[in-house]
Every structure is written in structure tokens, then in C-alpha cells.
Design a protein around this ligand. Structure first.
Ligand code: MN
Ligand code: MN
Length: 314
């Protein structure tokens, strides 16, 4: 049995890729089951509700040696805690390669595209497998989510083609309207506790000397309603302080990405974070907010710059 799962604090790609790839592996003769490593965000809940699908079960502790397939991530800091004891048999991902090691030869498929969904569609086409409505909707939703409907600089021609191919199968005539409905669902945060908001799309990255890395937590809230998020600024800063202490992090940043205007304004916890933004990005925080301009992609515009800043040769 291969357990298939995406990263901690799952987003729509992490969930839909696990579901689609588990089915793909099953159709290829493997025994595979999709799991999730955390609660669904509001956007993913919307997508599954539209399809009348249940979320995959939460993954419990896996015994050492268990077979796992990773989708939408490969770094141990974003995965199950005992990843190093598990037998990684497959990885399908569109992130930079991290600290992944395997105990036996694994199937690895990495492509620099905007979404795991785009790679999964390619796998179906290469294998000559048909794509059903549910899988089409899951992949299409993930691509719209990861690329912010092609606004993100991570978007490639392949992502656009994939959506064009999938939309008729998914029965989605107006892709723009569907994307806006997804983003509206994602932005409808209600009275969600501040720490939950912070952790919803929160990733930990080790920077600097790999033998003694400093771990930074970088959260993102993608929203069509940034005013709501900044209205809760004090609560969010308190949650960042708490998470920094609880998780033993060197620094914590929270980007508030305005999806429709394509801007990123980050909450800056303190002097450590302000120093990093000044030195790595040349951006000065005002109060506890730093204007990161159009750097809306953590993967392509935030993390690589920080990585370079902390690189050992610097
Ligand atoms: Mn993801
Ligand atoms: Mn992704």
C-alpha cells in the first residue's frame, strides 16, 4: 500500500494532487490511498463541496519502512515527521529539490511548471489514460489556485494549456467565474482564529549552513480582501510571535497577497525579520508592514532571494 500525500498545511494542489495521483497509481496496478497532512483551507473545501467529494483522511503515524508517494512537496520540513524512516517510492513535484533521500530507486518527476496538476495531466496523457470529470476538476482547480489564475510569475504555457484541455472535461464553461468563486471562498475567513489563519498556508524553510540551518516560517494569505486581514493585524502578529516560540523558528513572515491587484504586503514581527527584508529585498518595514510590491510568489520571488541572502558563501 502506497500512502500518497501532499505537504503540511495543505493547499488545493496538495489535496487534489494526492487524490488524483492515488487514483492514477491505482489505475497503474499499485495499491494506493490518498491522505492529507492537515485541515483543508476554505478554497479546497469549496472545490470538494462542488464535486460532492469527501476530503482524503488525515494521515496517522506511519510505521518505519512504509511506502509513500509525495506530491506537491519533497522537503522533509514540509512533510510527515518521520519521513527519513519511510520508503519514498514516487515523487511528483514542481518545487525546488530539498533534502530528499530515498532508500531504494524511486520514480521522480519534477517539472518547473506552475502546479503539480499540470504534471499529473501530462502523466495521464503519456500513459494514454482518459481523464474523468472529478480528476479534471481537481487538477484544473489546483492549477487556478497555484497560479492565481495565471497571475503568478510561476505560470507557464503548460499550465494554460492544461486548463484549456481540462475545462471542457470538467464541464466548466466560464473558467474566470469559477476561479473568482474559488478565490471568494478562500477569502471568506469569518472568525477563523488568527493562528489558524497564519498556519493555513505556512511553510518552514531551512536557510544557511545545512548542518546548522536557521528555520524560517513563511506564511501566505492569498485573498481578494486584504483589508479584512490587516483589520486583524495585531492578532496575527501575536500569533506569529507564538508560533515562532512554539516551533523554535529564527524568524516568521506573513505575506498578505492581494490576488486581484497582484501585490504582497508582509507582516513583520520584529527586528530580525525587518533586518532580513532590508538586507535581502532592500525593503524597509513601516510600522510592522513591509511592501514587497509585486513579489506574489513565495516559491519564485521570496524563498530564492532569502536563500541567496543566507547562502554559506555570502
Ligand atoms: Mn502546495
Ligand atoms: Mn503546488
Amino acid at each position: 500500500m502506497i500512502a500518497v500525500f501532499g505537504h503540511l498545511n495543505p493547499d488545493t494542489d496538495a489535496i487534489s494532487a494526492a487524490m488524483v495521483y492515488a487514483r492514477f497509481l491505482s489505475r497503474q496496478g499499485h495499491e494506493a490511498q490518498a491522505y492529507r497532512l492537515g485541515e483543508l483551507n476554505f478554497e479546497t473545501a469549496f472545490v470538494l463541496r462542488e464535486l460532492g467529494l469527501e476530503a482524503p483522511p488525515l494521515l496517522g503515524e506511519l510505521p518505519a519502512g512504509s511506502q509513500v508517494a509525495l506530491v506537491d512537496h519533497n522537503e522533509s520540513a514540509q512533510s510527515v515527521s518521520n519521513l527519513s524512516e519511510l520508503n519514498v517510492t514516487h515523487v511528483v513535484d514542481h518545487h525546488k529539490l530539498g533534502d530528499l533521500t530515498t532508500v531504494s530507486p524511486a520514480y521522480l518527476r519534477f517539472e518547473p511548471v506552475g502546479c503539480t496538476g499540470t504534471i499529473l495531466l501530462a502523466l495521464h496523457r503519456e500513459a494514454g489514460l482518459s481523464v474523468e470529470l472529478q480528476d479534471a476538476t481537481l487538477m484544473l482547480s489546483a492549477i487556478l489556485s497555484d497560479t492565481l489564475h495565471f497571475r503568478s510569475p510561476t505560470t507557464t504555457g503548460r499550465d494554460r494549456e492544461a486548463v484549456e484541455f481540462l475545462a471542457p472535461i470538467a464541464g466548466i464553461e466560464d473558467v474566470e467565474a469559477y476561479a473568482l468563486a474559488m478565490f471568494a471562498a478562500k477569502s471568506d475567513l469569518g472568525d477563523t482564529p488568527a493562528e489558524t489563519l497564519l498556519r493555513m498556508d505556512f511553510k518552514v524553510f531551512p536557510f544557511g549552513d545545512p548542518t546548522q540551518p536557521q528555520n524560517w516560517g513563511i506564511g501566505v494569505i492569498e485573498t481578494t480582501n486584504p483589508g479584512y486581514v490587516f483589520g486583524r493585524q495585531d492578532e496575527l502578529l501575536a500569533a506569529m510571535d507564538q508560533v515562532k516560540a512554539d516551533d523554535g523558528l529564527t524568524g516568521v513572515l506573513l505575506s498578505v497577497v492581494d490576488i486581484l491587484n497582484e501585490t504582497n504586503r508582509a507582516l513583520v514581527l520584529g527586528a530580525t525579520e525587518a533586518k532580513l527584508l532590508r538586507e535581502a529585498f532592500g525593503v524597509e518595514a513601516e510600522g510592522q508592514v513591509a511592501d514587497l510590491g509585486n513579489r506574489i510568489s513565495r516559491k519564485k520571488q521570496i524563498v530564492p532571494t532569502i536563500e541567496k541572502h543566507f547562502a554559506p558563501e555570502n
